[in-house]
Design a protein around this ligand. Structure first.
Ligand code: WTA
Length: 649
């Protein structure tokens, strides 16, 4: 988000109070919940933990030894039992747990009872393949029902899953397998995206070379169309193993509340992605609570989250949140514009979705396509809308409100991160008056603030570093294999205070307005990408001597990647080389990291100590008057770049 957008945000004065009708039916409609939770956060969380089934009750709620927190100490539970088995003992036994739709139009419904059978068979299968409690299983699947089944089967055994988004390249998958030390990989012969096959198995074959992976389980998604090329000693078909797996129930492994549930990689400020580690008890209590508070979930809701399970939003709001709460969740495999631009709306109508959770980048795309695609469908079942992934600009918020919510549905703009596990700043829709563009305030039980660089809280009407001042149940426990990085990244700036890396502003009413990342992380269409990751992939190309990558404001994507590249002696910039470098980054990282533009330059603006001045590069790319250049080693570089940028546009 550019500073101009912040100005626009701060001029935003529209407010939307919950309707009397919504307020009356809401799970929470009394403001006192905020005060009660603030007064006694541990008591609040202990009460929320009653919604989870514990095999053994916890003895104490929280131990805080900064930066390490433990929650629900002594408690024993199983996440898969909570998401599946326990519902089969209730009226939910034959309720739809997952309604899945494939991109080509095929669909599957798994009731809680059916899901229980699938998860148990998969847990038997994984056990027979040698997976044990504490092992890491890497999962590289498209959005098919086998993905949540595989995750829950790991959880049932007490093994950790590490899901790698299907858009990642072979190299990225390999890096993540190596870091996690997985011996088993679950993938598919392909996935559908815009009518084309994503070659997951080919990537997987390349990725597992030179890793500890011993077995690759392959889900048949594409069938005849794909050349899965099975390696007879290493690869096994999922469906064959499942057919032969015992059908008897798999006993859920009672794990300690602090035992790890999963790891999920996310980008940081260095080239190496971080394996964010989540615990079982705290994570589950956190995500389950937010279903009832932020999403006002009721037993008859149909919850449609458009995220991919390869990201935290899908982990939390397709798998563990809705299923632990016994909800019906809609899961869609493909692209929103296939076969036409009304696909999401067709899905909402077809399955009667009541809650829709999507990202600002998608909303801006829908705006660009025009309201006719929304208007073609009956969206009268919708009662609540959510937004996540990046700051939502008021214009997109208003469009979402008007065309999708038909001025009837409250919007919950939810700020959170892979590291926080679940929504942290978001309105409770039956209580909080919303303002377009503001995530409003911290959810009950969460303490946030804004600090200046010296660690002092800023008064209302000011901006600074967003911080979380107290531990919370679903906070990350560490960075996999690198506790020092965990300590430094999140607790290195202010002692005992969690630093998310986002800038925020607080208005006179105490509402938070998230401005965007303060570090070298770019948010492209809601995907976190480290500038250092893209830079190191560019310099791996034989023609590139040096690269500086920045995010510039982009109408639909929020931010787009601009790369400034210095070529090695003997190479000259050309359109072909631009195309080649873009493709090179895609192959190294994945399609979401493809630079929007590449600018060849002879030099980069650097401080006298040799640091690249990204702020200046951003100013150039966004066409603003260039800011202070007094610390530049060679101010002429900027002038030169500015004119070059114009020429290449
Ligand atoms: C950004 C996604 C503003 C933010 C759940 C954060 C947001 C990063 C919002 C985390 C929001 C997410 N308003 N910014 N509602 N939601 N962000 O780990 O910069 O993929 O730090 O988690 O996305 O991205 P992540």
């Amino acid at each position: 988000m550019t500073p101009n957008d912040l100005d626009a945000l701060l001029r935003e004065t529209r407010t939307f109070a919950p309707s009397e009708e919504f307020r009356r039916q809401a799970n929470y409609n009394d403001e006192s919940i905020y005060e009660e939770a603030a007064h006694n956060p541990e008591g609040y969380w202990a009460k929320q933990a009653e919604n989870i089934t514990w095999f053994h009750e916890f003895e104490s709620v929280c131990r805080w030894d900064p930066p390490h927190a433990q929650w629900f100490i002594g408690g024993k539970l199983n996440a898969a039992y909570n998401c599946v088995d326990r519902h089969t003992l209730t009226h939910r036994k034959n309720k739809a747990a997952i309604i899945w739709e494939g991109e080509p139009g095929d669909s599957r419904v798994l009731t809680y009872d059916m899901l229980r059978r699938e998860v148990d068979k998969a847990a038997h299968m994984l056990t027979e393949l040698g997976v044990k409690k504490g092992d890491r299983v890497t999962i590289y699947l498209p959005m098919v029902p086998e993905l949540p089944v595989a995750m829950l089967a790991c959880a049932k055994i007490g093994a950790m899953h590490s899901v790698v988004f299907g858009g990642f390249s072979a190299q990225s998958l390999k890096d993540r397998i190596l870091d996690a030390g997985s011996k088993l990989l679950i993938t598919a012969d392909g996935g559908w995206r815009r009518g084309k096959v994503i070659p997951l198995k080919q990537n997987a074959d390349e990725a597992v070379e030179g890793t500890p992976i011993e077995k690759v389980v392959v889900v048949k998604r594409i069938g005849e169309a794909a050349q899965a090329g099975m390696n007879p000693t290493r690869d096994v078909w999922w469906h064959e193993l499942m057919e032969n797996a015992p059908t008897k129930p798999f006993p859920a492994e009672p794990v300690d509340a602090e035992d790890y549930l999963f790891l999920l990689y996310t980008s940081g400020t260095t080239g190496k992605p971080k394996g964010i580690v989540h615990s079982t008890g705290g994570y589950l209590v956190g995500v389950n609570t937010s279903m009832r508070t932020v999403f006002d979930l009721k037993d008859d809701d149909v919850f449609f989250c458009t995220a991919d399970i390869g990201w935290i939003t899908g982990h939390t709001y397709i798998v563990y949140g809705p299923l632990s709460a016994g909800a019906t969740v809609v899961m869609y495999e493909g692209s929103p514009d296939y076969p036409d631009r009304d696909r999401y709306w067709a899905i909402v109508e077809k399955y009667g979705a009541t809650i829709l959770y999507t990202a600002p980048t998608s909303i801006r795309m829908f705006m660009k396509w025009g309201p006719q695609y929304v208007e073609k469908h009956d969206l009268s079942t919708l009662r609540l809308l959510g937004s996540v992934g990046e700051p939502i600009n008021p214009e997109a918020w208003m469009w979402y409100h008007k065309y999708v919510g038909q001025e009837r549905c409250p919007i919950v703009d939810t700020w959170w991160q892979t590291e926080t596990g679940c929504a942290m700043i978001a309105p409770l829709p039956g209580i909080v008056t919303t303002k377009p563009g503001s995530a409003t305030k911290a959810v009950p039980g969460i303490s946030v603030d804004i600090f200046d660089d010296d660690g002092n809280p800023v008064p209302p009407g000011h901006g600074g570093n967003l911080v979380i001042t107290k531990p919370w149940p679903s906070m990350l426990r560490t960075v996999w294999g690198d506790d020092e990085r965990f300590r430094k990244t999140y607790f290195g700036k202010f002692e005992g205070i969690y630093l998310p890396g986002d800038g925020a502003y607080r208005d006179q009413d105490g509402y938070y307005w998230i401005v965007g990342r303060l570090d070298d992380v770019i948010n492209v269409s809601g995907h976190r990408i480290g500038t250092a990751e893209v830079e190191s992939s560019l310099v791996a190309h034989p023609a590139v001597a040096e690269a500086a990558v920045i995010g510039r404001a982009h109408e639909v994507k929020g931010q787009a990647i601009t790369a400034f590249v210095i070529l090695k002696e003997g190479h000259t910039g050309s359109d072909d080389l631009v195309a080649e470098l873009k493709q090179f980054v895609v192959e190294q990282i994945g399609a979401m990291a493809r630079p929007e533009e590449i600018i060849f330059t002879a030099d980069l603006p650097k401080t006298r100590s040799g640091k690249i001045m990204r702020r200046l590069l951003r100013d150039i790319a966004e066409g603003r008057v260039v800011g202070d250049t007094t610390t530049l080693a060679d101010p002429a570089v900027v002038e030169q770049l500015k004119s070059q940028y114009k020429d290449q546009e």
